[in-house]
Design a protein around this ligand. Structure first.
Ligand code: GAP
Length: 497
């Protein structure tokens, strides 16, 4: 999780980000959790369109992992696991953030985030060299876990609490990010357990179950999509950093010594997957970790350029045999694999790919949000806003409109809706002018609008309107299934992998 920071360019499109957040709420993508009670910080709910987008992204990942690779299978492990799991994984001992409080405002901050913000401010003032020096010193203190030196740096840089405007800080302490709860109803019989902070451990503890029951031969992978929980102290950037979030992780089990080769392969494969889904190449970059997590011998992030700068979206880690060996020690159950090819038992090494479904969602929402100047039928300049999702991930694939509510047009439109709904997620809309209905579908990112008019009753053709170009053409009803199906098929993405 922890990662060396370098100075990035200052956020230039914060106002676009605010627009994306408002859009997400107004059009049913993301809502603040428990909003009627003033919300729960860093927890969000997905609305009727958000859940479709998220499910499409998850399905695209799941199929790319399991369906396209005959040596990768999926599982769905429980969120609650034996507490020893988190001792073995190192999370009980070291899954913590360096925190400090301002004594005047009583507000709590992450030390590294205060320093990063300070560095951003220095860059904005044209002091990029100084910013990098601050980050270098910070990284050094984080690496050696020298909390006293970290506080000295904050004091030396005269960093103040934005609320109280004072530098009256407490000492820095490590704060564990795992949520704990009680298993069992009776206090005296119950034991403390954790909500999993990563899905990966559910895969590690099941690796031999899968290997044996599936007769899997190394190299093979296990994929999983599921919720993870972290008591993130500082709420930041909408769904970028949440307390309850979803991970899509794949552990690839390999022979020790082959990790470098597999690490490079998965690094390239995962970047290509993001490009195939429509994220532009110039908004994606690798960021190598200098400070490695306790389990890794190499690690890289795939970063996306969010409106607030390039930030981690996916991590690829070469996790060695750390996890399996630690589970072997603590459980006293052998985690070795017998390799027929070389007649040897060994604990496999692991390459992990781990992408946050919510960050991926946010990347696609930000990337899709488009404001465009155009002219309407009367030659007036108008701004058009639309979400240019790849059709395969768009929440609604097509909207069907009868031109009017009369003359059997709704019946004809409903017939088309019923014929197509088994294969595609559709909207049916008969309210408002056609122009307003187009605008609404643009705002939801629907790639196709189909209008049924009087000509349809005569020759069974409809008008199809394309979201990105706003172009319209006449098409036979019989051609609609292929027209929509070809565009929204995940095959179009998979062919690029
Ligand atoms: N199993 C390895 C692991 O959990 P990580 O870098 O801590 O590694 C992997 O997390 C991914 O999970 C991140 O790249 C990010 O996309 C997502 N993620 C992590 N913490 C998150 C949070 N608080 N909110 C949303 N997504 C998060």
């Amino acid at each position: 999780m922890s990662n060396e920071k370098t100075a990035t360019k200052p956020a230039v499109s914060e106002s676009i980000f605010q627009k994306v957040i408002s859009h997400a709420k107004e059009y049913g993508f993301v809502f603040q959790s428990s909003e009627i009670y003033d919300g729960l910080a860093s927890v969000y709910d997905y609305g009727q369109n958000g859940v479709e987008l998220k499910n499409n992204l998850k399905m695209c990942w799941w199929k790319a992992m399991t369906q396209l690779n005959d040596n990768i299978v999926g599982i769905d492990a429980a969120i609650l696991m034996h507490p020893k799991t988190w001792v073995a994984s190192g999370h009980v001992a070291s899954f913590a953030d360096p925190m400090l409080d301002n004594k005047d405002s009583k507000k709590r901050y992450r030390a590294d985030q205060l320093l990063e913000k300070h560095a951003d401010e220095l860059i904005a003032k044209g002091e990029a060299v100084k910013a990098q020096q601050v980050l270098d010193i910070m990284n050094e203190h984080l690496k050696t876990n020298d909390l006293k030196a970290l506080l000295d740096l904050i004091l030396a840089e005269k960093i103040k609490c934005p609320l109280s405007n004072t530098a009256n800080w407490t000492e820095i302490r490590q704060f564990n990010l795992m949520f704990s709860t009680q298993l069992g109803a009776m206090a005296e019989e119950s034991s403390e357990i954790y909500l999993r902070p990563e899905t990966a451990q559910g895969i590690f503890v099941n690796y031999l179950n899968v290997q044996k029951s599936g007769r899997m031969k190394l190299p093979f992978g296990i994929a999983q999509i599921g919720k993870a929980f972290r008591n993130e102290i500082v709420a930041r950037q909408f769904i970028f950093r949440m307390r309850e979030f979803e991970q899509m992780e794949m552990q690839f089990f390999i022979q020790p010594g082959t990790q470098k080769e597999w690490y490079e392969k998965w690094k390239a494969t995962r970047l290509q997957w993001h490009k195939a889904l429509g994220l532009p190449a110039d908004k994606l970059q690798y960021h190598d970790h200098v400070k490695l997590a306790h389990y890794a011998d190499a690690a890289v992030d795939i970063e996306f350029e969010f409106p607030f700068g390039f930030k981690e979206m996916e991590g690829i880690h070469s996790r060695t045999d750390f996890d399996l060996t630690e589970h072997e020690k603590l459980s006293k159950k052998k985690q070795q694999y017998y390799d027929n090819d070389i007649n040897k038992n060994y604990v496999p090494y692991v390459i992990e790919t781990s992408v946050g479904a919510d960050r991926l969602f946010l990347a696609h929402l930000c990337n899709a949000y488009t404001e465009e100047q155009g002219t309407d039928a009367n030659g007036e300049v108008k701004e058009r806003i639309y979400l240019k999702f790849h059709p395969a991930i768009a929440p609604i694939k097509a909207a069907i409109f009868p031109l009017t509510k009369k003359d059997s047009l709704p019946e004809k439109a409903m017939q088309i809706f019923n014929d197509l709904k088994l294969d595609f997620n559709l909207n049916y809309e008969e309210k408002d002018s056609i122009g307003k209905r187009y605008t609404r579908q643009d705002l939801l990112g629907t790639p196709f609008c189909i209008t049924v008019d009087h000509q349809t009753l005569e020759d069974n053709t409809v008008t199809i309107r394309y979201r990105d170009t706003a172009e319209q053409k006449r098409l036979p009803i019989a051609a609609l299934h292929k027209e929509i199906g070809d565009a929204v098929s995940m095959k179009r993405i998979f062919e690029l992998l």
